[in-house]
Design a protein around this ligand. Structure first.
Ligand code: UGA
Length: 461
């Protein structure tokens, strides 16, 4: 397999993992970023600016051999056969097209490519982008490049399906490699086939550009609404006495549905699901598909309502949150990452503190982000970060599990109970604990869609 010369623009989760994995596949990769501090850390670390299992090993294995980190954007572009656009596409929060992706960084990269690229060059959309972004990039590059370079740009959509915490594994063993190209662009298809020659042929899927761009949004819409659908059933379970974990087990055994992403709890967070769902809603409204937009809007809004409802349940169980000491286990939006973007914990802790609760937060990787997150916000003085679950739980009135890190899953409830006040509650925001074990230890339990079990009234069947 011929090694390709690749330039990665943007060294966030997507860019850094994509770069390291392409180096592992045998290619020569230069990663650039507009933030020189980040590049310095990648070039000199550990520590690295991104916390992702397996990433440090890959970087250390290939750095200086076929993986390079550079602040020289123009040089890296001029040298590359393919440029991967991995810059962020945040939600646009004001003005025209609010809710869609903000494309300011993508546009800037396209302009740089137009200025510095040499000869036939592949431009890969790796960031999640709106439909028809390829057209936009084409217009920018062909409109601004020098005359001899026009028409030499080949736009490819090759979306990532990496989940944080397992991104390296996902990228090395993908379910599919999706490649969207213009039907007549044989050059781009051949290049991409060679780039991914190490993967089995049957997982390489070629489509039109627009189908590939939309498939990424559809994928995340399916996953996020699958979780929200489970949470809607969980709400009914709470009212009716059914247990959502049993319902999900039964439903997940249907091969057409599958047993993943059926976990009820405080709902989804992270930088992708909310952003992509909002972009899909924007797109549907743009095309006057109001009913379809409303379908996704309802799922979106329900996800965020869960956070309030969870705090409401805590309030009603404890009668009042004021002056209660609450141990919050987990701050990151999911385990194995320090990423807190759109983490349910941010909203939930904020509401608890605003109600006057004394909140102690512990998270093995994201704990140091707590202080800066709440600085200047109402109730900030009620929130502290502590180094361990033991410290958080000592003298606490409630344990709240928001991120299911292994060390929090494995708690011994006889020890937990010996540390906490009485009466004390366990609010299981990720449905990982055994309610019977919690109640046997003398604590009351609430799990989302599993109802309330009070320690004093619980009888084992
Ligand atoms: C998601 C997708 O899973 C990836 O395929 C996609 O590439 C990525 O977005 C992206 O667009 O970049 P990610 O947000 O990193 O990945 O993490 P997920 O594992 O999907 O978890 C998202 C949220 O859903 C987390 O807050 C998690 O706690 C929650 N979740 C997950 C549930 O509430 N219940 C479940 O059953 C599963």
């Amino acid at each position: 397999m011929a090694s390709k010369r690749i330039c990665i623009v943007g060294t966030g989760y997507v860019g850094s993992v994509t770069g390291a994995v392409l180096a592992e596949l045998g290619h020569h990769v230069t990663c650039v970023d507009s933030n020189p501090e980040k590049i310095k850390l990648f070039a000199q670390g550990p520590p690295f600016p991104i916390s992702e299992p397996g990433l440090p090993d890959l970087i250390l294995k290939h750095r200086g051999k076929r993986l390079f980190f550079s602040a020289d954007l123009s040089g890296a572009i001029a040298d590359a056969e393919a440029i991967f656009v991995c810059v962020s596409t945040p939600t646009k929060t004001s003005g025209i097209a609010t809710g869609s992706f903000d494309m300011v960084y993508v546009d800037a990269v396209a302009r740089s490519i137009a200025e510095h690229a040499r000869g036939d060059v592949i431009i890969v959309e790796k960031s999640t982008v709106p439909l028809k972004t390829a057209e936009r990039i084409e217009e920018i590059v062909n409109g601004t490049a020098p005359a001899h370079q026009r028409g030499k740009f080949h736009i490819v959509s090759n979306p990532e399906f990496l989940a944080e915490g397992s991104a390296v594994r996902d990228a090395l063993k993908p379910d599919r490699v999706l490649i969207g190209t213009r039907p007549a662009d044989e050059f781009a298809r051949t290049f991409m086939n060679e780039l991914y020659a190490a993967f089995p042929q049957e997982i390489i899927l070629h489509t039109r550009l627009w189908s590939s761009e939309l498939a990424k949004l559809a994928n995340n819409a399916f996953l996020s609404t699958k979780i929200t659908q489970t949470n809607a059933i969980a709400a009914l379970c709470d009212r009716s006495g059914a247990d959502v974990t049993e319902v999900s087990r039964a439903v997940g055994m249907d091969g057409r549905i599958g047993n993943k992403f059926l976990g009820a709890g405080v709902g989804w967070g992270g930088s992708c699901f909310g952003k992509d769902l909002r972009a899909l809603i924007y797109l549907l409204r743009h095309f006057n598909l109001e009913h379809e937009a409303n379908f996704y809007q309802a799922a979106h809004d329900l996800n965020y309502l869960l956070r309030e409802r969870f705090v409401r349940t805590m309030h009603d169980s404890l009668y009042s949150l004021a002056n209660k000491t609450i141990a919050v286990l987990g701050f990151a939006f999911k385990p194995l990452t320090d990423d807190i973007r759109d983490a349910p914990a941010i909203d939930i802790i904020g509401m608890l503190a605003a109600e006057g609760a004394r909140v102690r937060v512990v998270d093995p990787e994201a704990g140091m982000k707590v202080k800066e997150t709440f600085a200047g916000k109402p109730g900030a003085t009620n929130i502290v970060t502590v180094p361990s679950a033991t410290v958080a739980l000592t003298g606490a009135d409630a344990l709240v599990l928001l991120t299911e890190w292994d060390e929090f899953r494995r708690l011994d409830f006889t020890i937990v109970a010996s540390l906490m006040n009485r009466p004390a509650w366990v609010f299981d925001g990720r449905n990982v604990y055994d309610p019977a074990a919690v109640v046997r230890a003398g604590l009351s339990y609430y799990g989302v869609g599993r109802g309330v079990l009070r320690s004093s009234t619980f009888h084992e069947p």
